[in-house]
Design a protein. Sequence first.
Length: 103
Amino acid sequence: SSTSTISDAIKAIGSHTQILVTDENEKVLGLFTTTVAMDRLSKGKIVPSDNVMKSATAIYRKTSKDIPLSELARIFTLTPFVVVEDQYVVTHQDLLNFFVEKS
């Protein structure tokens, strides 16, 4: 949630590399990624007790679950992830895995 600390987010992320940051109404506010957090922590730009939004990426692409795969692939040439229906984060690797599993 948007009231969590960076430390809370790191503990909650588990084996994933990103989690959605939401408000109390479950509206997506941003994306917390381990890559950005690690970079900012190592450079001293953030500390574990900072609010998670200080490290969250607020710029991201939203889409519906009905998006054609060809359009999703095109979007991935511009951005590394997409938020689907304000519930799921989909990455280019997820799409590649889908194609491999489908074949």
